[in-house]
Write a protein that binds this ligand. Structure first.
Ligand code: SF4
Length: 899
C-alpha cells in the first residue's frame, strides 16, 4: 500500500495525537521514519498510559492514499472547490427557499472533531434555521445522554477511568469491553491482578471475552436489565443498605422508584431476566458487600427500546447508595466513538443546543443567538436519526449533507435508507474514501482530511479533552470538514460568522460559549481555555472538563456533594418499569433473537481497519455465532453458510458454532458491507424501533430465522490483486499481506473455470505452466500459478467447505521462491509441509500467532497467559488477545477435566 507523503518533520520529531477509533481516547505518539510513520501508545496520556489495542497499534497500516477521495466532484465530474462549495450552498439555499428550513439536514459522525461538529451545529441551528442535525452517535449513546439528563439534569459522566483502578467491584453491563474498549479492559485486568479481592461481574446474554476474568457472569435475557436493577434497588432497601443521608440531602423520588420497582416480580425477577434466584442473590450480595462499585455500560444497555430506562435503573442504584462522585464509584457510560462526547458538548444532536444549553429554553436559545449573531436561530428540536432518514424517504427532507459516516450500512432499516438516499434530490457526502456504499449515492462528493492530516480536539468517555494533531500532509485537495462547512456558510452570505482562518479560532469560540452566563449553572464549562493563543492550542495537553475561567483548573468528579444540574440542584430517581415478560421479541416465524455488535479487530464499516492485513487476519469473514444446539436443530454444521432473515431482509454469512452463545440467540457483527461481502449488511434486518425517550434504535434484539444455505460448491482464492467484481451467491474478500483472500460459494454449480479466472483476474491460471490438481472422486480442484519468484494466485474449489488453512495459504503470497514452480506446488498441496507447521487461525494479530501454536503450548502444560506470552509472544504487544488466550487455557482445562 502506498503511504501518504508526510509533512516535513525533523528527524526524531514526535507528534502526540489521539486514536480515531473508540471512546477510550488513547493517546498516540507518531514518530517519523524514512519508511513511514510509526505509531505507539503515549505513556504520558492519562487515558492509556502508553497502551494501545490491536486497532490502535495497526493505525500506520490504514493511512495509505489508496482508495482516497482526492478531489471534489459534482455529478461524477471533478470540479474545483469554489464550484463544489457554490453548488452545495446554492442547492441548500434553493431548497430552503422553496420548502422551508426543515427540508434540509446534516447527518454527522462521532468521528468528527469537536471543531467540525461546532461549525456544523452553528451553521444548521443558527443560520439555516433548522435543528435537523443528528449523528451516528444517536445509534450509540443517545440513551445514556437521555438517562443522564433525566437523573442529573445534565449530560455528565460523574467519574473517570481512575475509578476503575480504585473500585472493589466492577459491574459490566451490555459491554464486551475486552473487544470494544480493550485498553479499558486491560486496566480492569491489571486492577484485578493487583488486588485479587476485587471482583468483576459481567451482565450479558453472551459469554464474551470480557467474561474470562469475571467472578460472576449473568447471562441475562434481552431487555431484562431494568428488572434486574429494580430488583437490586429493592434488595438494597431490604438490607438497609441505602445511604439515607445522601438520598435525603441530594435527591428526590426514591419512594416512587421503589414503588415502581416493587411491581411485577419485584426483588426476584427470575422470569424477566432469565436468571435463577441464586444468580440474582449472588449479584445482589456482591453489590452489597463492596462499597466502591463502578457500573460500566455501553451498547447492550443503550441500543434498546428500554435503553433510557435501563440507564436510569442503573443510576438509581448508585444514587440510592451514594456510590457516585467518590473514588472507585459511579455509573459509567463508555462511548463507542472517539468523539461522541465532544459532539454532545457542542450540541451536535437534533434535541440539544451548543455548550449544554437547552434547546427547549427560550432564554438559552436567545443566549446562543446573541453569541453567534445568528440570522435564523432555530426554535424547536429537529429530527433524530431514524426520523431524519424517514423524512428523506417520504420526501420531506430534500437535501442532506452526510459527513464521515456510512448510513447506508450503519443505520437500521439500511435498505430503506439506501433507497431513500437514491431518491433524495440532493445528497452531499464528505468522506475520505471513494469506495463506500454511501459515497456511491452522492450528487456532490467532498474529499475530507483523514486521521493524521487533521487538527482539532476530541473528548473521550471520561471527559478528557485531547488534541488530534496532523502529522501528514493531506493528499490531493482534501480539506477539513470544518473548512468545508465554513466555506458554505460564507458562500451563503454569513461571512463574519464563519470567518475561521484556523481551527484554534473555532476552539476558542466554543470554549467562550461554554462559559457565557454560566456561573456554575451548566456542567460543561471550559472557558478557562477561551484565551489560548495558537501556540497554546498547538501545545495543549489533555485536560478534563470542567475548566471554568478563574476556576481551580483541576480534574474533579461530579456529585459527591450533590450539586446536580436540576432546578433544585437535586438528582432525580426515575421510576422505571420493567417490560412485561410477554413483550417477547421473537415469534414462531422468527424464533431467534439477533444481536449485533463489534468484533475485536474491526471498526464500524471497515473503511479503515479493512486496509490492514493483520486486522483482517483475526476474523476475515462475516459470520453468525450460534449455540451448537441451535445449529443442530437447524441442520447446520461448523463452516456451513447460513441465511439469516426476517421480513425486512436477509444476509448470507458463515456459521460459527460456540457454547458462548446463549441458546435461542445469534450474534452477527456490524462491519461487513457491499465492499467486503456479497450480502452481509446486517442492519438491513434491523427495524427502526427506537427508545421513545432517546430515539436510539434497538439494534440488539431483532427476531430472525436461520436456514442452512445449500451450496453446490465452495471456493477459496488467494490473489495478488483485488478482482474488479465478484460473482457468486456468497463471497467475502479481505486484504492479506501481499494480496487478497476471497471466499466464495454457489447454490447451483461451480461456474466454469474460464469464467472464474476472468472474474478473479487470473488469466495466468489458464496458461501453460499453471499447475492443476484434481481429485474427481472428492470433486476437488486446485489451481495455482506464479511468476518467476512469487505466487500470482491460487484457487481451491470443493463440493464442501474448502478445508485449506487460510493463514497458511494467504501467507504464500508474501513468500518468494528461488525455484520456478516451487510456490505453485506448495499451493496445490493445500497444506503446509512438516517444516512449516500451520499456525492456524490468527489469535494475536500484532505478532501473527495462530491458535495451533498457542494450543500446542497449552497441551505442553502452559497454564497462564503470561507464560503463553513468554513461550510464543502472543499477547505481549498490545494485549488485546489476552482474554482469548485465557479462554483457550480455560477451554483446555474444561476438556481435560471432562476426560
Ligand atoms: Fe484506539 Fe484501541 Fe485505545 Fe480504543 S482502546 S482508543 S481503539 S487504541
Amino acid at each position: 500500500m502506498k503511504t501518504i507523503a508526510l509533512k516535513p518533520l525533523a528527524s526524531r520529531t514526535v507528534v502526540r495525537t489521539t486514536c480515531p477509533y473508540c471512546g477510550v481516547g488513547c493517546g498516540i505518539r507518531v514518530e517519523h521514519h524514512p519508511d513511514g510513520p510509526r505509531v505507539s501508545g503515549d505513556p504520558l496520556h492519562p487515558a492509556n498510559r502508553g497502551r494501545l489495542c490491536s486497532k490502535g497499534s495497526a493505525l500506520a497500516e490504514t493511512i495509505g492514499t489508496e482508495d482516497r477521495l482526492l478531489y471534489p466532484e459534482v455529478d461524477g465530474r471533478r470540479v474545483n472547490w469554489a464550484s463544489a462549495i457554490s453548488t452545495v450552498a446554492d442547492r441548500f439555499a434553493q431548497t430552503i427557499a422553496a420548502h422551508g428550513p426543515d427540508s434540509v439536514a446534516f447527518y454527522l459522525s462521532g468521528q468528527l472533531l469537536t471543531e467540525d461538529y461546532y461549525v456544523a451545529n452553528k451553521l444548521m441551528k443558527g443560520f439555516l434555521g433548522s435543528a435537523n442535525i443528528d449523528t451516528n452517535s444517536r445509534l450509540c449513546m443517545a440513551s445514556s445522554v437521555a438517562g443522564h439528563r433525566r437523573a442529573f439534569g445534565a449530560d455528565v459522566v460523574p467519574g473517570s477511568y481512575e475509578d476503575l483502578d480504585q473500585a472493589d467491584l466492577i459491574v459490566l453491563v451490555g459491554s464486551n469491553l475486552a473487544w470494544c474498549h480493550p485498553v479499558l479492559y486491560q486496566r480492569i485486568e491489571a486492577a484485578l491482578e493487583a488486588d485479587p479481592s476485587r471482583r468483576l461481574v459481567v451482565i450479558d446474554p453472551r459469554r464474551t471475552r470480557s467474561t474470562e476474568r469475571a467472578t460472576l457472569h449473568l447471562p441475562i435475557q434481552v431487555d431484562g436489565d431494568v428488572a434486574l436493577f429494580n430488583g437490586l434497588l429493592l434488595d438494597l432497601a431490604a438490607h438497609d443498605m441505602l445511604d439515607r443521608n445522601y438520598v435525603e440531602q441530594y435527591t428526590v423520588g426514591l419512594d416512587a422508584a421503589l414503588r415502581e420497582a416493587a411491581r411485577g416480580e419485584g426483588q426476584w425477577p427470575v422470569a424477566a431476566t432469565g436468571l435463577t434466584r441464586s444468580q440474582l442473590e449472588s449479584f445482589y450480595q456482591l453489590f452489597r458487600a463492596h462499597k466502591r462499585v463502578v457500573t460500566i455500560y455501553s451498547q447492550g444497555v443503550n441500543q434498546s427500546t428500554q435503553g433510557t430506562n435501563k440507564v436510569n435503573a442503573i443510576i438509581n442504584c448508585h444514587l440510592a447508595t451514594g456510590r457516585i462522585g467518590r473514588p472507585g464509584t459511579g455509573p459509567f457510560s463508555v462511548t463507542g466513538q472517539p468523539n461522541a462526547m465532544g459532539g454532545r458538548e457542542v450540541g451536535g444532536l437534533a434535541n440539544l443546543l451548543a455548550a449544554h444549553l437547552d434547546l427547549d429554553s427560550p432564554t438559552d436559545r436567545d443566549l446562543v443567538a446573541r453569541f453567534w449573531s445568528a440570522s435564523a436561530m432555530v426554535q424547536q428540536p429537529g429530527l433524530k436519526a431514524v426520523d431524519m432518514f424517514e423524512a428523506v424517504a417520504n420526501g420531506r427532507i430534500k437535501a442532506i449533507w452526510i459527513m464521515s459516516t456510512n448510513p447506508v450500512d450503519s443505520m437500521p432499516d439500511a435498505d430503506r435508507v439506501r433507497r431513500a438516499l437514491q431518491d433524495c434530490p440532493f445528497v452531499v457526502v464528505s468522506d475520505i474514501v471513494r469506495n463506500a456504499d454511501t459515497v456511491a449515492l452522492a450528487d456532490v462528493l467532498l474529499p475530507s482530511t483523514g486521521w493524521g492530516e487533521k487538527d482539532g480536539t476530541v473528548t473521550n468517555s471520561e471527559r478528557c479533552i485531547s488534541r488530534q494533531r496532523a502529522f501528514a500532509t493531506a493528499p490531493g485537495q482534501a480539506r477539513p470538514d470544518w473548512w468545508q462547512m465554513a466555506a458554505v456558510g460564507r458562500q451563503l452570505g454569513h461571512t463574519a460568522a464563519f470567518d475561521y482562518p484556523s481551527v484554534d479560532v473555532i476552539f476558542r469560540e466554543h470554549a467562550a460559549l461554554s462559559g457565557l452566563e454560566n456561573n456554575g449553572r451548566r456542567a460543561f464549562d471550559i472557558s478557562a481555555m477561551a484565551d489560548l493563543d495558537a501556540n497554546d492550542y498547538t501545545a495543549l495537553k489533555p485536560f478534563y472538563w470542567p475548566q471554568p475561567a478563574g476556576g481551580r483548573g483541576e480534574h474533579r468528579r461530579f456529585f459527591a456533594q450533590g450539586n446536580f444540574y436540576t432546578a433544585d440542584r437535586r438528582a432525580r430517581f426515575v421510576a422505571v418499569s420493567a417490560p412485561s415478560t410477554t413483550d417477547r421479541t421473537t415469534d414462531p416465524a422468527f424464533p431467534l433473537v439477533l444481536n449485533t455488535g463489534r468484533i475485536r479487530d474491526h471498526w464500524h464499516t471497515m473503511t479503515r481497519t479493512g486496509r490492514s492485513p493483520r486486522l483482517n487476519a483475526h476474523l476475515a469473514e462475516p459470520f453468525a455465532e450460534m449455540h451448537p444446539d441451535d445449529a443442530r436443530a437447524h441442520g447446520i454444521e461448523a463452516a456451513d453458510l447460513v441465511r439469516v432473515s426476517n421480513e425486512h431482509g436477509a444476509v448470507l454469512v458463515r456459521a460459527l458454532l460456540s457454547e458462548r452463545q446463549q441458546q435461542g440467540s445469534i450474534f452477527v457483527p456490524m462491519h461487513w458491507t457491499d465492499q467486503t461481502s456479497g450480502n452481509a449488511r446486517i442492519n438491513g434486518l434491523i427495524t427502526s424501533r427506537v427508545d421513545p425517550v432517546s430515539g436510539q434504535p434497538a439494534s440488539k434484539s431483532m427476531p430472525v430465522r436461520m436456514t442452512r444455505f445449500d451450496a453446490a460448491g465452495f471456493g477459496f482464492a488467494v490473489l495478488r490483486n483485488r478482482p474488479p467484481a465478484l460473482d457468486a451467491d456468497y463471497w467475502a474478500i479481505a486484504r492479506c499481506t501481499g494480496g487478497w483472500r476471497v471466499e466464495m460459494a454457489w447454490s447451483e454449480r461451480i461456474p466454469p473455470l474460464d469464467h472464474l479466472l476472468t472474474m478473479l483476474d487470473l488469466p495466468g491460471l489458464a496458461a501453460d505452466g499453471a499447475a492443476h490438481y484434481a481429485d474427481r472422486h472428492r470433486r476437488i480442484n486446485r489451481y495455482a500459478c506464479q511468476d518467476e519468484h512469487h505466487l500470482l494466485g491460487a484457487l481451491y474449489l470443493e463440493a464442501t467447505p474448502v478445508t485449506v488453512s487460510r493463514t497458511w495459504a494467504a501467507g504464500l503470497l508474501a513468500e518468494s521462491a528461488l525455484t520456478a514452480g516451487a510456490l505453485t506446488q506448495r499451493a496445490l498441496a493445500a497444506r503446509p509441509g512438516e517444516s512449516q507447521p500451520d499456525p492456524g487461525a490468527i489469535v494475536c494479530s500484532c505478532l501473527s500467532i495462530g491458535v495451533n501454536v498457542i494450543t500446542a503450548e497449552i497441551r505442553r502444560g502452559e497454564t497462564s497467559v503470561n507464560g503463553l506470552g513468554a513461550r510464543t509472544g502472543a499477547g505481549t504487544n498490545c494485549g488485546s488477545c489476552r482474554a482469548e488466550l485465557q479462554g483457550l487455557i480455560d477451554e483446555h482445562q474444561t476438556l481435560a477435566n471432562a476426560a
